[in-house]
Design a protein around this ligand. Structure first.
Ligand SMILES: C[S@@+](CC[C@H](N)C(=O)[O-])C[C@H]1O[C@@H](n2cnc3c(N)ncnc32)[C@H](O)[C@@H]1O
Length: 431
């Protein structure tokens, strides 16, 4: 299948239509969660695949989690995996931006940590710095026209905006809700001789939207759901000349149902809940062994509670379990489960053996994690569907849009970048 990487509007619309149809057709495979549904709706249709996944160990599930595509599982797993990859392919801009020298700015030394003023990189952990420098390099490479004024949306201390403004000698405005981050950002800007404004602004409030101006090149690195959706709507309304956005936390939205931005997605088949939007984010972070062990124990005990409460109540339905502090694990599984029962104001007959129940909880965890591998195939396609909704909205608003990956997946799974420009804008700076 030819994969759309081109820039014409119809390509993204066509790509969206393919994804929309595919995700809709296979929704029984990715919507239901093995953690909350002991039996999944697709298992009756694909018994061989279900049995194969259920027979595997927790360690095997862990090993395959970040690359379920390579699993040698019974059909339809392999066919779905192939199609998921086809539908998720995007240009890898970081490869062409890897020679991160010689970018549009004479002062640019992006990627070369050693040649930058120490103040630019101060307080930035290595991984974050790499994300920022890759993002900046891709922006320089992809934007056809330079900007005169950067606006960093949900800027934190404004590290990204400061790097871009330092490279090109332009002005910088940062919008950020946390005054302390703004104070520190302003100090760093002053010390570097950058003309920067760090405004205490809640970007969800209408009063903040007036800061967006047509001459702004707006950047947003990892702004959560509602924050970046608001940006797209308001930047388009204000006619900002350039936009570069890497979205994250798609599920942090105001409404319980996803409200598509584009007319194309609104006319599509797929309807998503806030819960569905969590799927693209379900990638295991590179946690240490201790953290992983505690997380697994907590999940195995919650699953043990689920088995217990269903059996003791005689009601086959899931009861949500609230977050518990790490210390809750110290008191043992019996106290842990009794606390969860008390949370639901339930007095349940105790199981014959807590030890046996715990063992069943661990068995179920292994099954859950392996069954999750099938949902895992849909993580990236759903994320690309969401990205295309954003891209199509901007196209419908008169922007030229390009989509790509700004860094390796290992650096951050949220590595998608949307680049948008108003064609042929004659920008008169607002004084
Ligand atoms: C994930 S951080 C990203 C920060 C920065 N862009 C980066 O990549 O380092 C999200 C930032 O958004 C800010 N934020 C959250 N809600 C906000 C709001 N309603 N208005 C403005 N900033 C907000 C947070 O304080 C935080 O600094």
């Amino acid at each position: 299948m030819p994969v759309a990487t081109a820039e014409a509007g119809t390509d993204y619309a066509a790509r969206f239509a393919q994804l929309d149809a595919w995700l809709d057709e296979h929704q029984a495979l990715w919507r239901a969660k093995p953690f909350t549904s002991p039996q999944l709706p697709w298992e009756a249709d694909w018994p061989e695949l279900a049995a194969w996944l259920r027979s595997r160990t927790l360690e095997q599930a862990e090993a395959a989690h970040n690359q379920p595509h390579v699993l040698d599982a019974p059909e339809p797993f392999a066919s779905l995996a192939r199609r998921a990859i086809e539908l998720s392919r995007l240009p890898q801009w970081h490869l062409s931006a890897e020679s991160l020298t010689g970018l549009s700015s004479p002062r640019s030394t992006t990627g070369d940590h050693n040649r930058l003023p120490e103040l630019l990189t101060r307080h930035i952990p290595g991984r974050k710095w790499q994300q920022i420098s890759h993002f900046a390099a891709c922006v320089h490479q992809q934007w056809q026209q330079p900007t005169r004024h950067w606006l960093d949306w949900c800027a934190g201390k404004g590290h990204l905006g400061r790097l871009l403004a330092w490279q090109g000698g332009q002005q910088l405005t940062c919008l950020e809700r946390d005054p302390e981050l703004n104070r520190q950002g302003a100090e760093l800007g002053l010390q570097l001789g950058i003309t920067s404004q760090h405004l205490d602004a809640d970007v969800l409030q209408e009063s903040s939207w007036r800061y967006l101006r047509p001459e702004h090149g707006v950047v947003a690195l990892h702004a959560c759901g509602q924050l970046h959706m608001t940006l797209l709507q308001q930047a388009a309304a204000q006619g900002c000349s350039h936009l570069a956005l890497s979205p994250c936390c798609y599920n942090r939205i105001d409404h319980p149902d996803y409200q598509p931005l584009s007319a194309t997605a609104r006319a599509g088949r797929l309807r998503l809940s806030r819960d569905d939007l969590g799927l693209p984010l379900q990638e295991s972070i590179t946690a240490g062994q201790r953290v992983r062990r505690l997380r697994d124990q907590s999940m195995a005990w919650r699953l043990a509670f689920d088995l217990w409460q269903r059996q003791a109540r005689g009601v086959d339905s899931y009861l949500p379990t609230p977050p518990r502090p790490e210390s809750a694990l110290n008191a043992g599984i019996a106290a842990f489960c009794r606390d969860l029962a008390a949370h639901h104001q339930l007095q349940l007959a105790e199981p014959d053996s807590w030890q046996e129940l715990e063992q069943q909880g661990w068995q179920r965890l292994a099954q859950v994690r392996n069954l999750e591998l099938l949902r895992g195939l849909f993580r990236r396609p759903l994320e690309i569907w969401l990205l295309l909704d954003r891209a199509l909205f901007l196209q419908e608003s008169g922007y030229q849009v390009r989509l790509g990956e700004f860094c390796e997946h290992q650096l951050t799974p949220r590595n998608l970048l949307l680049i948008a420009e108003k064609p042929d804008t004659q920008i008169t700076p607002t004084l």
